[in-house]
Write a protein that binds this ligand. Structure first.
Ligand SMILES: Nc1nc2c(ncn2[C@@H]2O[C@H](COP(=O)(O)OP(=O)(O)O)[C@@H](O)[C@H]2O)c(=O)[nH]1
Ligand SMILES: [Mg+2]
Length: 647
């Protein structure tokens, strides 16, 4: 395995750990200064958990037998000195397989029986029900046992056509399914619907996750792959093989499942070793490979740099045998470089942005609050120093002035509390738009407009309904958010003008990306509905499954919107409230100081000393928060350095 790829993934993990570290330091700071809300702690806990769970997902999508499993073995599991994933002629993986590492459980392989297709739950819902899966522990000490456990991925079973049809896996009219037919009335179907492998490989431990898919049939039968798993992957490898050339079904996979949804696509022209011929000069062979690369790039509409030619099999052999010449010849190193230099850093950038946005705003607001307090103590200090040597009358005057200050401030706060009530109410109305009930209502309406006509026309109607309803809902959310922001901004101005608060603005609510996700779902459904195969055969079972998957995705998108809206509502007021409370505490303290000095002028020095130590404590807090901010904002340096030297 190329050191850069290992290095990149490890850098990614280190960077992620240092983020978690920064967030924990902030949590510790919060614990020591408990005036901050408990809700914030909960949010931070969620954030740390989701960071720990974060993965960079690579999906391998292609027709069967193009060498996906072999390429995964070569890229990631050569250290195992064996083929970890089954990849032999006729013994190939039959179900979509996810490989990852989850430290909370011992290594396992978990298989979802194909019969779960009878039910309405999506795979992502079933993932939360381990009881539905067949689980086997993986014995890492025995290569043979490992390989045997993973052979399960190739299991198939013979069932009648009727049974296969009720599982949505057989259709008499679909000529592409003919190769499933075995003796008599029987057809061969996969024994498992989905597989999860929890395996402590260093790369997986560092946050890499892999999705291996079997081929066109499986992609067509499991809408969740097309609707969520492939689009959610951070990069998709699309494989073609030189022994078969580009077939009709290769193109179909590309057109339907890869091109429209993948964010970052690489095409791999595999099995170049079939062109290797000792009787031909190497240059000629290279020329021929390059020609095929160019032709493929043109056919797929990709830049030629995104089409890589390699031999997964030779790469695996070279790594296992430690043969650097063969490794270079295999062409795999270019792919490893792209993974290391483009895909992983890109993922890191996205994650960094979202984390700094969420937590950065909180830390920054705490930082600003401490800074304001610090400058307030400096003012107080000057105020007290100016009293030194003054007579009681001057001090009394000051006391009266401060008392007046307090009264007007209390008035402003009182009227603000009315505004706050309105804000809370608007916030509640905003969140109501995102309740489970409301979503159920929307989905119910979409379902209703299909009216048990599980046809592409019905599904298309249902999706349009879903889009309309969601857009309507999001419009309401924006309306309430605008009102909330307007009220908070006005309050900032009022406190600024009347009491010299720092002038700030409430953050904007940004949920447009979720509306985009819903639109993308609708687009994928439209493509599905326009597909001649689906129109002609009207696979009711599949259409129903498709709709259920869409509904599952919509739920996830709604849930994310709600979490974001709740966080926004918390953050929109929090800095202002902190400022208001800090200011109140400060007025009270000044009053108290001057009162004491009024009663006993000798206490002046004592007060000054107290302020001194308060300042020291605040300065220390400021340094801590500064440190956290720097850590949060620090770009991933080692990665950039390496990219330049291109090791
Ligand atoms: N000659 C050659 N055969 C390969 C290469 N990669 C995979 N294969 C073979 O192609 C067949 C299918 O590979 P597999 O990884 O199971 O394909 P998948 O169905 O796409 O996962 C197996 O027999 C592999 O040994 C390669 O680079 N060169
Ligand atoms: Mg495979």
């Amino acid at each position: 395995m190329s050191t850069t790829l290992v290095q990149q993934v490890q850098d990614y993990q280190q960077w992620r750990d240092s983020l978690i570290d920064a967030i924990s330091s902030y949590q510790a700071w919060l614990d020591d200064h408990s005036e901050f809300e408990v809700q914030q702690s909960l949010k931070i806990f969620d954030l740390v958990e989701s960071l720990k769970q974060d993965h960079v997902t690579l999906a391998f999508v292609a027709e069967f037998s193009r060498g996906k499993s072999e390429l995964i073995n070569a890229l990631f599991f050569a250290d195992f000195k064996q083929r970890l994933l089954p990849s032999d002629a006729g013994r190939t993986t039959m179900c979509p397989t996810e490989l990852f590492y989850d430290a909370r459980e011992a290594p396992y392989i978990r298989l979802l029986p194909i019969e779960t297709r009878y039910r309405d739950e999506t795979i992502s819902q079933l993932k939360r029900k381990p009881i539905e899966w067949v689980t086997a522990k993986l014995n890492l000490d025995s290569a043979d046992e490992m390989v045997e456990a993973l052979q399960n991925l190739t299991q198939t079973k013979l069932v009648s056509k009727v049974e296969a049809r009720t599982l949505g896996l057989w259709d008499d009219q679909d000529p592409t399914l003919q190769d499933m037919v075995r003796e008599g009335d029987k057809v061969e179907i996969p024994a498992w619907r989905h597989a999860l492998i929890n395996y402590p490989h260093p790369l997986l431990k560092s946050g890499l996750a892999i999705l291996d898919t079997p081929g066109l049939n499986a992609l067509g039968a499991e809408p969740e792959l097309t609707l969520s798993m492939i689009p959610n992957a951070h990069a998709v490898m699309f494989l073609l093989a030189l022994d078969t050339g580009v077939t009709k079904s290769d193109l179909e996979i590309w057109q339907k499942h890869v091109k429209p949804q993948a964010k970052h696509t690489l095409a791999v022209l595999n099995k170049i070793d079939v062109l290797w011929d000792e009787l031909k000069p190497w240059e000629k062979i290279q020329e021929s490979v390059q020609r095929q690369q160019q032709a493929t790039a043109q056919l797929l509409g990709l830049p030629v740099g995104n089409v890589l030619a390699l031999s997964a099999q030779k790469a695996l052999v070279a790594k296992i045998k430690g043969d650097p010449a063969l490794l270079a010849k295999s062409g795999i190193e270019r792919l490893e470089q792209i993974l290391a230099h483009d895909i992983i850093p890109q993922r890191r950038e996205i994650l960094r942005n979202s984390v700094t946005q969420e937590i950065g705003a909180l830390v920054l607001s705490a930082y600003n609050s401490v800074r304001t307090q610090l400058s307030a103590t400096r003012r107080e200090q000057n105020e007290l120093l100016s009293l030194s040597g003054k007579n009681k009358e001057v001090i009394h005057k000051m006391l009266t002035m401060l008392d007046q200050d307090r009264n007007t401030y209390d008035q402003t706060v009182k009227s603000f509390n009315v505004t706050r009530g309105v804000i809370t109410q608007q916030g509640r109305m905003l969140i109501n738009n995102l309740s489970i009930d409301r979503l159920d209502e929307i989905l119910e309406k979409a379902h209703g407009s299909i009216k048990d006509s599980w046809t592409t026309a019905g599904l298309s109607r249902g999706m349009q309904q879903l889009i309309r309803q969601t857009a309507h809902q999001y419009k309401h959310i924006h309306k309430h958010a605008k009102q909330v922001k307007g009220l908070v901004d006005a309050a900032y101005i009022r406190f600024h003008v009347k009491h010299g608060f720092e002038r700030r603005h409430a953050p904007e609510l940004s949920i447009d990306q979720y509306m985009e996700s819903i639109r993308a779902l609708a687009q994928r459904s439209e493509a599905f509905c326009r597909d001649p195969v689906n129109i002609m055969t009207e696979k009711h079972f599949l259409i129903r499954k498709f709709f259920l998957s869409v509904a599952g995705e919509a739920r996830i998108i709604f849930e994310r919107t709600r979490v974001d809206c709740e966080a926004w509502l918390r953050n929109v007021l929090a800095p202002l409230i902190t400022q208001i409370n800090d200011h109140k505490a400060q007025i009270e303290r000044r009053l108290e100081n001057v009162k004491k000095i009024h009663d006993n002028i000798d206490s002046l020095q004592e007060r000054l000393n107290e302020l001194e130590s308060l300042q020291a404590a605040l300065t220390k807090q400021l340094r801590v928060l500064e440190g956290i901010l720097t850590k949060l904002q620090r770009p991933p340096e080692p990665a950039l350095a390496q990219q330049k030297t291109g090791t």
